[in-house]
Design a protein around this ligand. Structure first.
Ligand code: PLP
Length: 425
């Protein structure tokens, strides 16, 4: 008993020490974009939810590919092609490890979260959805996890059912449980809301859906960059995310899917690479994961994501999560002190997103003035119009934090907000 206690304590101390010894200032210096001035002021980049920045190592890796390694993958016998294929496929192994997938074939390369969700909606939905079937979404979905389901619903006669949320920005879980029925054929929910920062109780959602043999897709675009996600622990059926929100390049993303489900699903797009044998009479499909990867892929950015994962692993996702929570707490505390600032989304479990309004100043006007002060925030509906409809507002100002932000960035935001208030009288 005593030994266990000591071990637990030592473990805690070890973790804390690592966190405290991380040189966040040095980390920030590894991001060249952050070292510039905008409108004469040092850039404060608080739009990480839309796209995060790349470290120098990823930029260098992509440059190296273009300057010394470029060639097409998978089909070439020559050295460059084989080498490129190895590097490109190495990323798959890194992703598998990063999300703790059981099999390599469960990691499907896509162009991003949107593409991943469209793949599941079209491939799984076309095969399994019938008239009157129900797809459960939530009120806080990004459009990327609404529109693809609407499209397949129109094609198949299925209908959408929506889990409502509270004014705090939390899912009404009793309603969710009531929505589940024999007609439910898919539950597709955001893991972390990009508009509110809410971390949803996905474990409960998965358990309840699985009790009725219903598959679950999670939109993990805002979860993977900020926390440890573990596919085997979650036991989720499909999980979608984008490279460019996790210090990687744009144009690349991942669909995780359970092997037994992916094996039964038809291809999403047709063309080179995804085939086994082609005749004019009949074509047979390649094995997983290539069955879902038609045509020449975005090779450079795929390799680049591998380097970004190395970078994130080097810092450690636990530390990233802890640092971002520290920053979120500080930002929430400081913004709450400003009169007339209304924070939208105050869920008990939140990731590093802080959405707010300043009095009755339109978010776009506020964002424009903040930009003049060198502060990059996002304004508008954040591709989550139903969220804005819930609060009956046109949009919000959103500061989304990353581990390379610091307290000074938040102080600059606070000063900026005060200036916006002054500017609009
Ligand atoms: N889902 C969520 C929660 C998001 O925040 C985003 C992007 O902002 C997406 C989906 C779409 O990601 P992408 O545009 O990379 O496909």
């Amino acid at each position: 008993m005593a030994t266990t206690e000591v071990l637990v304590m030592e473990d805690t101390i070890k973790k804390d020490t690592t966190r405290l010894t991380t040189d966040w200032q040095a980390v920030r210096k590894q991001f060249p974009v952050l070292q510039q001035k905008v409108h004469g002021q040092p850039l404060v980049y608080l739009d990480n939810g839309a796209s995060s920045q790349m470290p120098q190592s990823t930029i260098d890796r992509i440059n190296r590919y273009h300057s010394a390694e470029h060639s097409n993958v998978h089909r070439g016998i020559h050295t460059l092609s084989q080498r490129g294929t190895d590097y490109y496929e190495e990323t798959r192994k890194k992703v598998k490890k990063f999300i703790n997938a059981r099999h390599l074939e469960e990691v499907i390369y896509t162009t991003g979260t949107t593409d991943s969700i469209n793949l599941v909606a079209q491939s799984y939905g076309r095969k399994y959805f019938r008239e009157g079937d129900e797809i459960i979404l939530s009120e806080m979905e990004h459009h990327a996890n609404i529109v693809p389901w609407q499209m397949i619903a129109e094609q198949t006669g299925a209908v959408l059912r929506v889990i409502p949320m509270t004014d705090n920005g939390e899912l009404k879980m009793d309603d969710f449980h009531h929505l589940l029925s024999d007609r439910t054929k898919m539950v597709a929910v955001v893991h972390v809301s990009n508009a509110l920062g809410t971390i949803n109780p996905v474990e409960e959602i998965i358990e309840a859906a699985h009790a009725r043999d219903i598959p679950v897709l999670l939109d993990g675009a805002q979860a993977v960059p900020h926390s440890v996600v573990d596919m085997q622990k979650l036991d989720v059926d499909f999980y979608a995310f984008s490279a460019h929100k996790m210090c990687g390049p744009t144009g690349f993303g991942i669909l995780y899917g359970k092997k037994e489900l992916l094996q039964e699903m038809p291809p999403y797009r047709g063309g080179g690479d995804m085939i086994d044998k082609v005749t004019f009479e009949k074509t047979t499909w390649n094995d997983l994961p290539h069955k879902f990867e038609a045509g020449t892929p975005p090779i450079a950015v795929g390799i680049g994501l591998g380097t970004s994962l190395d970078y994130l692993n080097e810092i450690g996702m636990e530390q990233i999560e802890a640092r971002e929570h520290e920053l979120l707490d500080y930002a929430t505390q400081e913004l709450s002190k400003i009169e007339d600032v209304r924070i939208i989304g105050s869920s008990a479990k939140k990731a590093s997103v802080i959405s707010f309004l300043i009095g009755d100043i339109h978010p776009t006007d506020a964002g424009t003035i903040l930009d003049q002060k060198g502060i990059a925030v996002r304004t508008g509906h954040h591709c989550a119009q139903p969220v804005m409809q819930h609060y009956n507002i046109p949009g919000t100002v959103r500061a989304s934090l990353s581990f390379y932000n610091n307290e000074e960035d938040i102080d600059r935001l606070v000063e900026g907000i005060k200036y916006v208030k002054e500017f609009f009288g």
